[in-house]
Design a binder for this molecule. Sequence first.
Ligand code: ATP
Ligand code: MG
Length: 430
Amino acid sequence: MKFQAVRGFKDWLPEDFFKYHHLMEIARNYLIRANFKEVKIPLLEKTELFMRTIGEVTDIVQKETYTFQDRNQDFLTLRPEATAGICRMILEHGLHVKPKPLKFFFIGPMFRHERPQKGRLREFYQIDVEFLGNLTPYYEVELLQIALEILKKPSNREDLFTLEINSLGCRECRPAFRDYLQVSLESERESLCDTCKDRLYRNPLRVLDCKQEGCKEVVKRLKPISDFWCGSCRGHFNILTGLLRALDRDFVFNPFLVRGLDYYVRTIFEIKGKGLGAQDTVCAGGRYDYLLKDLGGPDLPATGFAIGLERWALSLWGEECPEFLRKKLRPDLLFIPLGEEAKKEGLKVVSELRNQGLRVESLFEDKGLKALLREADKLGAKQVLILGEEELKEGVILIKDMQEGTQQRIKMDKLIGRLKKEQRVEDLSC
Ligand code: ATP
Ligand code: MG
């Protein structure tokens, strides 16, 4: 019987690892510079936590979670996102009484039972960033800037991404929009897709997000949510967009933008990648001022965003691994000891080279030099170090440059200094 990975769950082959690791490191380094603290939350939480936070009537909780009962009959859910877990963590450890703002980030896999397609997986990674504190528009804009800067960093191209923003109003003004939506959509119920016919009662805002043509047509005829904003939501949004303009940050005001999770209020945003097709949102986020309070905690405004790691990679490089990362698959240095004594000594040599920060592959094989050089060539080694019986006696080692075909004998005690000069040690951190 041949086993295959579960649908929507992907292996990371070495070249995948290089590209995802590269992106995670870029994000991590940037967030550390903005003084966000990295945390880890569990893969599983009590199902109840997601029902309370994401919302019982959302697509995620109703259709997309991996939920099961464990051996104690407790209902558990694989985390579909990180915000709920981080809020639980904050309250459980009393972090909300610490000086504000609270700034955390988490990088890890999320699980949603969705239909797999390009850019949509059942296990996918998110870089999740959360900010809790006295949330003025300055902080919100700062966070937007952080998201945009991280996304563009690997390519240094701003034009690959578009920021779309909207305000979902607050608990004062949103109910009126929801009522309006329900009434207007009910009158056009027949034009809606089956999912939206159902959403109409459960979560009418989600109809605005439907990708079906019929639903899109209906949505075009609706009044935008901005017609329903209260004075304070309107004022807040104007300050925020004013700041973005003053900073020359391009953005699109999309009054039909909604998010899949119940807990968002006021500012929400998506950053879309070019050329990604239907699943083009690389990063999404917004404010969730009431979430901590709903979980029994204090009144603490909050905002955050999550970057989808795989979609970010797709937006930069398509399905490929770029050459500057691919080349890490090839060993810079390949060590070939010939004979038993050289092999024994070789174990010391490779260990010392690695301790000095050099990336070294070894071939401890019982084959002749010719065959081993052929293998070195196949592995794409740039330089080969050969230690034979004779070299061992003389305290030297042979360095062979595989591209130029040249070779040189060098004293063992000079080897490390020489290699460190030639190899770019700082490149080897991954
Ligand atoms: P979408 O509208 O694409 O379903 P969402 O509203 O479910 O997105 P969020 O929960 O806000 O998305 O997730 C933030 C980011 O995580 C998305 O912008 C995307 O990059 C990524 N993401 C979400 N779901 C998936 C998935 N099934 N596969 C891959 N990436 C995903
Ligand atoms: Mg989704």
